[in-house]
Design a protein around this ligand. Structure first.
Ligand code: KIV
Length: 263
């Protein structure tokens, strides 16, 4: 079993190895991904792929704490990131109270916060108080309603400059790494070059310091929609449906349980 990464080994990985981040929401899947993942993200995307909601907005801190505990139990030797849900870090005091709750009630190694220059004071306050922070810039899923959808970032010169300023602000505030989501690849590349901490991409091209995918997307389990940036490494939904159909057929015909499944 490989050694658990630390904040400093993650920072040192920049330029040396491409970091592998994947989401998980429970002990079962965190154990399954633990061997190959450098970092496991308990993303608020669980509100969609686990809880069935249409966006991440209604995820709660208690929900995140519950799932983070399960993930940490399944993958005790992995670096675990707990996503701070919408509304839990609207100012630095609220953010610190909520992040302390995450740290006291789970074994998460850090929290993740969406935002750039506008969240620099929050990130600085958390890091000054012993809470490690992973930033999240570019497309911010928690802004989906205020922005009227998921819009790819970095298409204009103004956006490019703003994203690079966001990355610099997040680094200056003390974050040890950041996610960049849904951003033009050339801009994401510039971001990765502009900061000295790892920049982990999702829908941001290959020229960054690592990649993150939502496990249910990359395993082909989430069928509602598939963003362009997702590669399905497994047709999980078809495999599961076929297996359940086979089980149902065998229950109907009484082929299951067979002799070897019977006491
Ligand atoms: O919630 C999540 O899973 C995330 C990833 C999309 C980076 O924030």
């Amino acid at each position: 079993m490989s050694k658990k990464l630390t904040i400093s080994s993650i920072k040192q990985a920049k330029g040396v190895k491409s970091l592998v981040m994947i989401t998980a929401y429970d002990a079962l899947f965190s154990q399954l991904v633990s061997e190959s993942a450098d970092m496991i993200l308990v993303g608020d995307s669980l509100n969609m792929s686990f809880a069935g909601k249409s966006d991440t907005i209604s995820a709660t801190l208690d929900q995140m704490i519950y799932h983070t505990n399960a993930v940490c139990l399944g993958a005790p030797n992995n670096f675990v990131i707990c996503d701070m849900p919408f509304g839990t870090y609207i100012n630095k005091d609220r953010a610190l109270d909520n992040a302390i709750k995450v740290f006291q009630q789970t074994k998460a190694d850090c929290v993740k916060i969406e935002g750039g220059q506008d969240k620099a004071d929050v990130i600085a306050h958390l890091t000054a108080n012993g809470i490690a922070v992973c930033g999240h810039i570019g497309l911010l899923p928690q802004s989906v309603r205020s922005e009227g959808g998921y819009k790819v970032k970095g298409k204009t010169e103004e956006q490019r400059a703003s994203i690079i300023a966001d990355a610099k602000a997040v680094e200056k505030a003390g974050a040890f790494c950041m996610v960049i989501e849904g951003t033009k690849a050339d801009v994401a590349k510039e971001v990765a070059e502009a900061v000295s901490i790892p920049v982990i991409g999702i829908g941001a091209g290959a020229d960054v310091d690592g990649q993150v995918l939502v496990f249910s997307d990359m395993l082909g389990l989430f069928e509602a929609f598939t963003p362009k940036f997702v590669k399905k490494y497994l047709d999980g939904a078809t495999l599961v449906k076929n297996a359940v159909k086979e089980y149902a057929d065998e229950v109907a015909t009484k082929a299951f349980p067979a002799e070897e499944h019977t006491y």
